[in-house]
Design a protein around this ligand. Structure first.
Ligand code: SF4
Length: 413
């Protein structure tokens, strides 16, 4: 067990990690406790005790944050509470049109209303959309210490030239200096985090493959919650790793006990590109559909361990982005997502695709249109839905669309 700095969730592992009895309830219980502990209040308390925390919206570079001993805080925490109030500030004070992306409106409002407190650093990747970058400029004006990982543009396969790689490695070095109060991070610390991340990726792949063999053992909503922890480990690597082991054991057992009668599920892919998705996942659960692939939320690429660690992080980005594997809403990754979805359809045997994009996101809307036309040409059923950052039920029209989609899929099974 890691005996380093205590993280939110560590106490849960101590209480539950030594149990030898494995059952679904215990794994879900552990997930719930890890999620509950990894909340903004607890992280702010740790920060007041001297731990560093950073708002981080850039999954592929998170091993650098972990290597600096910093707690990454998911940007979703910015709209977990008071999202309507912040949105209203975004619309009324900054005059952002009501029909525009709720994430941008809420963040603009939130940075204006709440000056930086204990968590005042914000790390993001400059390949994101322009409105997001504009909001980050507002955050700077409000006193946040913002770092944009520089890149000129999203990388395409042909950009993988030595001078571009060198540039990115230098930029990642600057990121580590920014994270670590002007000191370079020891390469062995970064390498250790890359190894951890690779281990999590391998475990997630096994877990996800087993789930296809035991579809009734785990709901789609729970699966999404597990995947969401992959980047920050809910602040507790050992707890998250134990959680994956526990679910894997349960699924292995459930796959052994599997019978045809309780196995009649429609396999689909779920492509989530912003906004709240839990209500859609509940509707998918109700339709007895099984999400067998999560393009945009899960990639099984590994960090190379045979090269210097910052080079490895840079190569990871160059591997992932041209394949559409970074889950970005704008740029190369989003433009190549059709290919990524096609690969997942072949690998998993999914019968249809559900995509969710943020209402009012110009990038997401275009990507969904491209994907709808692409998959309709291939005769692959696809439904494109919308959401926002507020945790509320989707509108009646969206609910009807998803229900109709599953009725259609069910009739052609
Ligand atoms: S959802 Fe779209 S508009 Fe909103 S921040 Fe993301 S890319 Fe930008």
């Amino acid at each position: 067990m890691n005996t380093g700095n205590a993280m939110p969730g560590d106490d849960i592992l101590l209480k539950t990690g030594t149990e030898s009895v494995i059952d679904t309830e215990s794994a879900v219980y552990l997930l719930k406790k890890l999620q509950q502990n990894h909340n903004l209040t607890n992280i702010e308390k740790l920060a007041s005790d001297g731990r560093k925390a950073v708002w981080a919206s850039v999954n592929w570079a998170l091993p650098l944050v972990h290597a600096a001993g910093i707690i990454p805080v998911d940007v979703g925490a910015l709209w977990n509470t008071h999202s309507h109030e912040s949105e209203s500030t975004g619309e009324n004070y900054f005059q952002i049109p009501p029909e525009f992306c709720s994430m941008v409106k809420v963040m603009a409002g939130r940075f204006h209303e709440r000056k930086p407190g204990l968590i005042n650093k914000f790390l993001y990747f400059a390949a994101t959309c322009q409105p997001f970058a504009d909001v980050m400029d507002l955050a700077k004006l409000s006193g946040y210490d913002v770092y944009a990982i520089e890149n000129v543009t999203s990388f395409k396969a042909q950009d993988r030239r030595s001078e571009v790689l060198d540039f990115l490695v230098e930029e990642l070095e600057r990121v580590t200096l920014w994270l670590n109060d002007g000191e370079l991070l020891p390469p062995e610390k970064i390498r250790a985090e890359l190894e951890r991340r690779n281990e999590v990726t391998r475990k997630l792949r096994t877990f996800s493959d087993l789930r296809r063999l035991a579809p009734s053992a785990l709901s789609n909503s729970v699966m999404m919650r597990v995947l969401m922890g992959a980047s920050h480990y809910f602040g507790c690597y050992d707890g998250y790793s134990a959680l994956l082991d526990r679910f894997t054991d349960e699924l292995r057992l459930a796959a052994d006990l599997r019978t045809d009668e309780n196995d009649d599920y429609i396999p689909i892919l779920f492509v989530h590109n912003g906004g709240a998705s839990k209500h859609y996942l509940s509707l998918i659960d109700e339709a007895r559909a099984l999400v067998v692939g999560w393009p945009s939320a899960m990639w099984d690429g590994l960090y190379r361990l045979d090269i210097p660690p910052l080079e490895s992080v840079a190569n990871y980005l160059f591997d992932a982005q041209p394949l559409g594997e970074l889950g970005e809403v704008a740029g190369t990754s989003a433009a190549n997502r059709c290919l990524q979805i096609e690969r997942e359809l072949k690998r998993t045997g999914a019968k249809g695709v559900v995509t969710v994009s943020m209402t009012g996101c110009p990038y997401g809307g275009v990507t969904q249109k491209i994907e709808r036309e692409h998959f309709e040409r291939l005769n692959i059923p696809i439904v494109t839905l919308e959401s926002n950052v507020h945790q509320e039920l989707p509108g009646e029209e969206q609910i009807m669309r998803i229900k109709t989609f599953f009725e259609m899929l069910d009739s052609v099974q």
